[in-house]
Write a protein of this length. Structure first.
Lengths: 512, 130
């Protein structure tokens, strides 16, 4: 618990995020159980509100974003040939702030009146009335303040590490794409997260110390909270996707047996996405009527361009490559297919007329689950299968891994394709039940069936982990034929990473 | 370091450009302009620091032809591998925040604990040279 070794901290991040993932997945299963049939009374409205709030909060703040940061903790020093991160104690502080923050958020469930029930956005004045009056809501704000400070500290640390701790010959234009994506993510975090910390601090001051930032009766403005929240909130979407773009790039290049196609274009696209993502926050606020819809719509459309560049580069990397369909590669291909659907539906709702129609409906639920769930989560599983041998010196099972992929891929699409149709039929998000009209009962039943498949797939993954660790089949240092520096050290790596650094004369030191 | 300077300079220019564009498009909506301008200013600050730091910097990682032998010195470096203070700082931060809302005593304990932790952490850093 007192370690400052970046690898152990990275592994603790991964284990913590997977623990929170299990909790969030259980909550998702409860949501789907409640919505399996119309007019269901399995959960009360208040319980449902707490469950979907905690599910979204956990997945965003405690699973997907910190997994990327945690994996970066493990990989970035290895990929650039550094013995550790620039500030090891700060790194450990970030980990423990994150863990305590997550526990604090979940502890809200035990508070009088229950946990936060305002959705992960905790809009003002919802956090002061209706569902948000209890101590659970305060613990939500405190927990997320801790995690946001943790993310800021870790990002700063990673940024300094990449700029100052590269091995001799490891110029910026030789570092792997995953590390580049982490640099872009870290800059994004430093720009966006202070806004979230400010919003939550202001909300706490309003709740406990007589502040009136968001209260119109005293000259405040509730839309200000939305501005501060979404100035963080949309870049956060890219904090949750850029590291995963990096993961997919590494996997695709390794298993296509080719260098990354358009390396420079990949880097420029990452920074273009990061930059543009800071100018699109109010597309979440089109329907408030209080923002410039043409401006935010235009910038939102623009993001599709660098994202498209990345897709071209991934396909270009695979083109005429000797593709090996291992489990990590299957997850990478699954990512490409799912994220494409998320991206295309994103372009649709970047148009205000469509957004007015789809706002707060299940169409939106489908859209963001395809980007974050079908995108990031698939890359997350791909990363676990890809780097597990490096982290633990043990390779996960290939056969059961294929079953995990199949169950998750079929289950995911069975769950979320129907949600687009539910949205088009007018089903509102965040409601705990619905009437038996139109195709809603059938669509919801299919979605719940798909969620069941995903649950089985997730259980199969953890069975795979346990069986592989128990079996402890020996694994070589570079089992996949990887090209970056982490594959040139032992599995798992020694303290301070390398017994001897290899010469670095290009972008693929392990193959040169 | 030159890449670092260039990266932040381009980001800062982008921040200011989008702030000005936004002001022309929606000047009645001050929050957005302020947020974008602050973003540009923060990036400009980082760029200015990088320009100053870059003047004296010699990083082995910036030279594409640098070898490990050339970069090696007499001392390879000292690195910390364990410290109890980070976890205690995190616990004190939690105590400080929760105490501010519900218990001034707990808040004060958290604050004092944080100060003590930082003090001991500084002593540990000086003692081990890390």
């Amino acid at each position: 618990m007192t370690t400052t070794d970046h690898k152990k901290i990275g592994i603790m991040y991964v284990v913590s995020t997977l623990t929170f993932f299990v909790a969030a997945a259980v909550l998702a299963t409860l949501i789907r159980a409640q919505l399996a049939v119309p007019e269901n009374s399995f959960l009360s409205a208040h319980a449902y509100n707490q469950i979907f709030t905690l599910h979204g909060t956990a997945m965003i703040f405690l699973v997907i974003a910190p997994f990327g940061i945690g994996l970066a903790n493990y990989l970035v020093p290895l990929q650039i040939g550094a013995p550790d991160v620039a500030f090891p104690r700060l790194n450990a502080t970030g980990l423990w702030l994150f863990v305590l923050g997550g526990i604090t958020v979940f502890a809200g469930l035990a508070a009088y009146g229950g946990g936060a029930a305002t959705g992960w956005t905790a809009y003002a004045p919802l956090d002061e009335f209706f569902e948000g009056t209890g101590a659970g809501q305060d613990l939500f704000f405190i927990g997320l303040l801790l995690t946001s400070v943790s993310t800021i500290l870790t990002s700063l640390n990673l940024l300094v590490t990449v700029f100052l701790f590269r091995a001799p010959g490891m110029t910026m234009w030789r570092i792997p794409i995953f590390t580049w994506e982490i640099v872009a993510t870290a800059v994004l975090v430093l720009m966006a997260f202070p806004s979230l910390a400010a919003a939550f601090a202001m909300a706490l001051i309003e709740r406990h110390m007589g502040g009136h930032f968001f209260d119109p009766a005293f000259g405040g403005n509730p839309v200000l909270y939305q501005h501060l929240f979404w100035f963080f909130g949309h870049p956060e979407v890219y904090v949750m996707i850029l590291p995963y773009f990096g993961i997919v790039t590494e996997i695709v290049a390794t298993f296509s047996r080719k260098p990354v196609f358009g390396y420079v274009g990949m880097v420029i696209a990452a920074f273009a996405i990061a930059g543009l993502s800071l100018g699109v926050w109010a597309h979440h606020m089109f329907t408030t009527g209080a923002v410039s819809n043409p401006f935010f719509s235009a910038v939102s459309f623009l993001i599709a361009v660098p994202t498209g560049v990345k897709f071209v580069n991934w396909i270009g990397t695979m083109w005429k490559g000797s593709i090996v369909l291992t489990v990590p590669m299957l997850f990478a291909v699954g990512f490409l297919l799912n994220f494409l659907i998320g991206g295309i539906t994103g372009v649709m709702i970047a148009s205000p007329p469509i957004d007015y129609h789809a706002h707060d409906s299940y169409f939106i639920v489908q859209h963001f689950h395809y980007t974050i769930g079908g995108g990031s989560m698939f890359a997350l599983f791909g990363a676990l299968y890809f780097w597990f041998p490096k982290m633990f010196g043990v390779r996960l099972g290939e056969r059961i891994g294929r079953w995990v992929f199949a169950l998750l891929f079929v289950g995911f699409n069975a769950t979320f394709i129907p949600m687009g149709f539910m949205g088009m039929e007018g089903m509102a998000r965040r409601v705990y039940t619905y009437p038996a009209i139109g195709h809603l009962p059938l669509l919801n039943a299919i979605a719940t069936f798909g969620a069941g498949l995903m649950t089985i797939g997730t259980i199969a993954f953890f069975v795979d982990v346990l069986v592989s660790i128990r079996r402890r089949a020996p694994v070589e240092d570079n089992p996949w034929g990887g090209y970056s520096l982490e594959w040139m050290t032992s599995s798992p790596p020694p303290e301070f990473n390398f017994h001897a650094l290899p010469p670095i004369r290009g972008r693929r030191p392990a193959l040169e | 370091m030159k890449t670092f300077v260039g990266l932040f300079a381009i980001d800062a220019a982008f921040g200011f450009a989008i702030a000005v564009t936004y002001w022309f498009v929606a000047h009645e909506e001050a929050a957005g302009t302020a947020l974008l301008a602050i973003m540009g200013a923060a990036l400009a600050l980082a760029t200015a620091y990088a320009v100053l730091a870059e003047r004296d910097a010699h990083l082995e990682g910036d030279d594409p032809n640098e070898t490990n032998e050339q970069a090696a010195g007499e001392v390879l470096g000292v690195f910390t591998s364990a410290s109890p203070w980070p976890i205690l700082i995190a616990l004190c931060t939690l105590a400080l925040l929760t105490g501010m809302l519900w218990s001034p005593l707990l808040g004060a304990a958290g604050l004092i604990g944080m100060i003590l932790c930082f003090w001991r952490l500084g002593a540990e850093s000086a003692r081990t040279g890390t």
